[in-house]
Design a protein around this ligand. Structure first.
Ligand SMILES: NC(=O)c1ccc[n+]([C@@H]2O[C@H](COP(=O)([O-])OP(=O)(O)OC[C@H]3O[C@@H](n4cnc5c(N)ncnc54)[C@H](O)[C@@H]3O)[C@@H](O)[C@H]2O)c1
Length: 708
């Protein structure tokens, strides 16, 4: 009886685990029992022969994986698409499979050049439909599939495999006659899971457990109503029965040592071409070529780019790589980026552009940026390009235009500047209706500033990194030197500070920096000013006496009294002028005309009259004061520091001080060279900074009034 189709099998005469090309093989080299393997294979053959026609292929010495004949290629009607293996270990099998196809008079359609394709291991037809489920991500390349879809005239549905243990689609996915599938969702990325759910109705989707998946329950041969696999748990058995399939367990643990089971051991050879109704939908797979230039290997950029493509659900082919031969020479790479759908390609390309990668076309033609009008005030077109901190160019009318007012998380607007085009970053909320917004990734390039691997250690603290306690003093001395130079040339240092500055006794030193002209603006929140004024008035911060480090009676009311007093005088400046506040950071700001901006928050007491409770207004004021800064000192305020970092373009020197390494890493890691992270107590940092700026002496407060 042979109603279940025709299958090709290859006896396991030379089968063994002789190398490791998947996680299952690890630790199993030389551990196959050949007699047991032969018996298990013979049992599978018997089960299949009872239901289908079986043809045998002669095994070859030295090709231990040849029994896994599912990877020979893909047959549809009289067409054979041969495998092109990813690993050299299996390439020797290709000629034998090709010779078989020629003997079988199949028309051979090669996969596209440069792509790997592992046959029915990764490409599975939905029985009776013109639909090919196309696995990629571990073995087969995504870019193999559009050409295969065209050649076979079938629709391709790409499925991204993300778990190396389920390295072929047939290890975790089995299409069933009648429109169902058995599959293990965790083997796929979220998009692929969605694609399966969209294509297969819930009552026909059988999701298997982890235990079933690891027993290769999905690696099944479906023939004449039987579902034959190495392992089938009770729940799956029951589901299959409800769908009308007889579950047959055929133990194949000797083959599991190599990461294969029932389906891997057969190739379906008589799959008829189904009748198709209407046109096959065009492939959703899209690709573009990108170019990378720079120290691609030692900076790790090449790896980052390839990881980014893979993480984004795409696949890649390196078309060209020219390594710089000397240390001062750049390397150049051209990479074909392939994604399962246009939106996914757009997302991957946007991330690559943020890394400084350039999208090119064949022949290196530069494309123009695509512009679309803002549909309503404060709303961008749907596929707007989102900016980074790095200098960005936009291609308009054949020229690259540098964006003005560079900042993060904005959109790019092309506008008319006295008859010629110009580009600037704008927050979405500031868009006017009809503003021309750059959409997609065409015609956009960025220039990330990266640290050079050639720099020696004396310069290393200039690069993005986190300093240990041991190095703090050295680093602070260098920062003080930079601040002196900025002051000497009339530059701008902006300080972002949180209330911890006050609690740790750092206020007196920050106040001295303001008085001595080292600070040109202060950005903080209500808390910073409240506690600064509290120290000035009562010598406490949050009720704690800073001299003695102990709480004072009634101290918990001090910050509220401070707020009340300032409110009574209309403003901090009013309280200073009235002589109520006689020391502290904000006293010095008022006395020395140093502007400040206080951004409100939900937890604020008061607030102080100056605190901007309209956050859009606060952001605008921060941006105004942070503009043209030469250096920004971020002192123990995650909230305000992140806010300021987002509006600051690359190129501005950032010093981030926080006790938490995670916060410092988050703030300092902008992918640019000019940020320095210092993990330390902010009070200690300010003491050391003041000491360095005072020629090495620790100077006590000069104002007499302050006990902070
Ligand atoms: N009375 C008030 O109105 C009041 C009081 C406090 C805070 N606030 C408001 O709450 C919001 C958030 O405040 P935030 O900026 O303090 O919070 P935040 O969590 O954003 O930042 C505090 C940071 O200080 C760090 N830190 C703690 N101890 C440190 C030390 N000894 N040395 C160095 N770093 C240290 C923490 O790791 C953290 O990153 C602000 O808007 C602020 O104005 C209001």
């Amino acid at each position: 009886m042979a109603t279940g189709g025709s299958f090709l099998l290859c006896p396991p005469r030379f089968y063994g685990v002789e190398y490791v090309i998947n996680p299952w093989m690890e630790g199993n080299v030389g551990r196959v029992d050949p007699n047991r393997a032969a018996a298990q294979w013979a049992d599978l053959r018997r089960q299949l022969e009872a239901r289908a026609s079986v043809e045998l292929l002669e095994p070859q010495a030295g090709l231990p994986d040849m029994p896994f004949v599912a990877n020979a290629g893909l047959v549809l009607g009289d067409v054979f698409v041969p495998a092109r293996f990813r690993f050299a270990e299996r390439k020797g099998e290709e000629d034998h499979f090709l010779a078989w196809a020629q003997r079988a008079s199949l028309a051979v359609v090669e996969p596209p050049p440069g792509a790997s394709f592992e046959g029915e291991g990764d490409a599975l037809f939905q029985p009776g439909e013109v639909l090919l489920w196309a696995g990629y991500g571990v073995r087969s390349s995504l870019h193999a599939y559009p050409a295969i879809g065209d050649a076979l005239d079938v629709e391709i549905v790409p499925l991204h495999l993300i778990d190396e243990r389920f390295y072929h689609l047939d290890t975790c996915f089995c299409p069933l006659p009648g429109g169902g599938v058995v599959y293990y969702p965790d083997a796929f990325d979220r998009d692929s899971q969605d694609r399966i759910r969209r294509r297969v109705p819930a009552d026909k989707r059988i999701e298997v457990s982890k235990e079933d998946a690891r027993g290769f329950a999905c690696n099944a041969i479906v023939a004449a109503g039987a579902y034959i696999a190495n392992h089938i748990g009770p729940e799956l058995r029951a589901r299959l029965a409800r769908c009308g399939f007889e579950a047959i367990v055929c133990p194949l643990d000797e083959f599991m040592l190599a990461g294969g089971a029932a389906k891997c051991l057969v190739l379906h050879t008589d799959r008829p071409k189904p009748q198709r109704i209407g046109e096959v939908p065009p492939s959703s797979i899209r690709e573009r070529v990108v170019e990378l230039v720079g120290h691609l290997l030692d900076s790790g950029l090449m790896t980052q780019v390839l990881d980014c493509i893979d993480d984004g659900g795409g696949s890649f082919e390196i078309e060209d790589f020219r390594a710089g031969l000397r240390h001062d020479q750049d390397s150049v790479a051209r990479v074909r980026v392939v994604a399962p759908a246009a939106e996914r390609l757009g997302e991957i390309l946007e991330r690559l552009i943020h890394m400084g990668v350039r999208v090119v076309d064949d022949g290196n033609v530069e494309r123009e940026a695509r512009l679309a009008p803002a549909p309503t005030p404060g709303v961008a077109p749907d596929d707007f390009y989102a900016t980074t901190i790095f200098p960005t160019d936009v291609r308009v009318a054949g020229s690259w235009l540098r964006a003005e007012e560079q900042r993060m998380d904005a959109v790019l607007v092309v506008y008319d500047n006295n008859g010629s085009s110009a580009v600037r970053c704008r927050l979405m909320r500031d868009l006017d209706e009809g503003d021309l917004v750059v959409c997609g990734v065409e015609g956009v390039r960025t220039h990330p500033v990266r640290s050079s691997p050639a720099r020696d250690d004396s310069f290393a603290f200039m690069t993005a990194g986190v300093s240990s306690e041991r190095r703090v003093e050295l680093v602070v001395e260098r920062i003080a030197w930079e601040m002196e130079r900025i002051r000497a040339r009339g530059g701008r240092v902006v300080v972002v500070a949180g209330p911890v500055v006050i609690h740790t006794g750092g206020a007196r030193y920050l106040a001295r920096l303001v008085r001595r002209g080292y600070v040109q603006a202060i950005l903080g929140g209500n808390g910073l000013a409240v506690h600064d004024v509290e120290v000035s008035l009562f010598g406490t911060s949050l009720g704690v006496d800073l001299e003695r480090g102990a709480g004072v009676r009634g101290g918990h009311r001090h910050h509220l009294r401070a707020i009340n007093l300032v409110r009574a005088h209309g403003s901090i400046a009013g309280a200073v002028k009235a002589g109520v506040i006689q020391s502290g950071i904000f006293y010095e700001c008022v006395r020395n005309d140093v502007p400040f901006a206080l951004a409100g928050s939900i937890r604020d007491d008061g607030p102080l009259p100056e605190t901007l409770m309209d956050l859009c207004e606060a952001q605008a004021e921060y941006a105004r004061l942070a503009r043209d800064a030469d250096m920004i000192l971020m002192l123990s305020s995650m909230l305000h520091s992140i806010g300021t970092g987002n509006m600051t373009p690359a190129g501005v020197r950032l010093i981030c001080v926080d006790i938490s390494p995670a916060v410092v890493t988050k703030l300092a890691d902008r992918g640019s060279v000019e940020s320095t992270g210092i993990v330390t107590d902010v009070g200690l940092f300010l003491t050391l900074l003041d000491k360095s700026l005072s020629g090495g002496e620790i100077v006590e407060a000069e104002d007499g009034g302050s006990t902070c």
